[in-house]
Ligand binder design. Structure first.
Ligand code: DOR
Length: 448
């Protein structure tokens, strides 16, 4: 007898665009083909009674460091870490070495991923003075998530700090441009604060609220003049949320779990430079401002900004310690814990981690549990009480700033296009990630 379904997830509570409902999910050829009381024959059945089924998380901001910085992370470790945390697609950033600035560097990342990625993937094209005039073509390459600008320096050498360069990037192309908004001139002017500081407690003073606000204001003015949509990454201040709320026609907004979960100065006292990132984790006033922006709908998406560095690098004296923390694996457990504590609903979690990225980046066939969509799913146990530990982390860096944190809510299985790739913390099978597809990219790769 031939099976109707390759896989049936039976008896779970599934989070659909229409609400949370108890239903089976039937999967054929990697896609969802039935939702409801699925009674047909199945090659494989997974009993998910008592568990919730969400669309797999689409993490639209990670740094996997390959090529060039593989001592910190690589595509295989980064994507393993992703699927252990219920993440089924990642968009990776261009501040690798070499920078991702053209067809060749993008296709190199796609080739590496075809060999070793555990989840689906896409890559950002960096935008700077060198390639601004070519971005209309570059942003449409298959496997490209869009263009990324760094207005302020962070890890690596990618930078577009001046209005003329940013305007040139925004003038070339039509997809949404993702932006790290910190004002480079102000950062340089205030650098003595970091140099003279005793430790990373000074990080939010060096890269202060005004550095972020000034860049976000400049960006919005430039985007308005160019009539170009932008996506402002890892917003860290209450002040920017008030500004961004007045520009929802133009700008979408990302926050990270680090900014939502940690508070200065406590995080620097406890973790030192292991809590150092750009833009910095700030005080309670700002953290609560970010939660308020989640509640009111100003925030569109949660990304992890997974940015691993080695323990040895992080132990260097500030400010030689590099900025960034791993996060791709801890986002979903932390978010489920925030749901448990009543800070957001499960439906809003799905909106921020799956439907939001789908809408913002124009992803084909992912981001919701619906017939015809890819069967990318995260099965979660909302009642599981678990401890996040360094040992659980699959990232090459081998640590998490959340080591020792107890959470209620845990991803217990990850399904990628119909294949169970993680179950009970164990990664299964072989790497089978594929490029994420977008409505606005061309279907074929150029010869490189
Ligand atoms: O802290 C950060 N680290 N922020 C960024 O924007 C870049 C990242 C990295 O690549 O290390």
């Amino acid at each position: 007898m031939t099976s109707t379904f390759d896989l049936v997830l039976a008896g779970g509570r599934i989070v659909t665009p229409g609400g949370i409902t108890e239903a089976d999910i039937g999967i054929t050829g990697g896609r969802i083909t039935a939702i409801g009381d699925v009674s047909g024959a199945a090659a494989e059945r997974l009993d998910v009674g008592g568990l919730h089924v969400l669309p797999g998380v689409i993490d639209s901001q990670v740094h996997f460091r390959e090529p060039g910085l593989e001592h910190k992370e690589d595509i295989t470790h980064g994507t393993r870490s992703a699927i252990k945390g219920g993440v089924t697609s990642i968009f990776e950033m261009p501040n690798t070495s070499p920078l991702t600035l053209d067809e060749r560097t993008l296709c190199d990342k796609l080739d590496r991923s075809a060999r070793g990625a555990w989840c689906d993937y896409a890559f950002f094209m960096g935008g700077n003075h060198e390639n601004a005039h070519r971005l209309s073509d570059l942003e449409r390459l298959p496997g490209c998530a869009g263009v990324k600008i760094f207005m302020g320096s962070s890890t690596g050498t990618l930078l577009a700090k001046d209005d003329e360069v940013i305007a040139a990037v925004l003038a070339n192309g039509s997809r949404r441009v993702s932006v790290h908004a910190e004002d480079e001139d102000r950062l340089v002017e205030r650098q003595p604060i970091a140099v003279d500081a005793e430790g990373p407690e000074a990080h939010p003073d060096w890269r202060d609220v005004e550095s972020a606000v000034r860049a976000t204001r400049r960006l919005l003015a430039l985007a308005r003049a160019a009539n170009r949509r932008v996506h402002v990454l890892h917003i860290s201040t209450r002040d920017e949320m008030e500004i961004l709320a007045a520009h929802k026609d133009l700008a979408t907004v990302e926050v990270t779990l680090n900014h939502l979960t940690m508070t200065a100065p406590e995080c620097y006292e406890r973790l030192g430079a292991f809590a150092q990132m750009n833009p910095p984790v700030r005080d309670e006033h700002h953290r609560l401002g970010l939660w308020e922006a989640i509640r009111t709908g100003v925030v569109d998406v949660i990304g992890s900004d997974h940015a691993p560095h080695t323990v040895e690098e992080k132990e260097r004296p500030y400010p030689s310690s590099p900025s960034g923390m791993p996060g791709v694996q801890t986002s979903l457990p932390l978010l489920l814990d925030h749901v448990h504590r009543g800070r957001l609903t499960l439906e809003r979690l799905v909106d921020l981690t799956a439907a939001g990225p789908q809408r913002i980046f124009g992803i084909i066939g992912k981001g919701r549990i619906a017939v015809g969509y890819d069967a990318d799913l995260a099965v979660v146990d909302l009642a599981a009480r678990r401890e996040i530990t360094d040992e659980w982390i699959a990232s090459k860096c081998g640590w998490t700033p959340f080591d020792g944190t107890m959470v209620t809510g845990w991803p217990v299985a990850t399904i990628l296009r119909g294949h169970v790739v993680m179950r009970d913390d164990e990664v299964l099978g072989t790497p089978s990630g594929q490029p994420v597809r977008f409505f606005d990219t061309s279907p074929t790769r150029p010869a490189t």
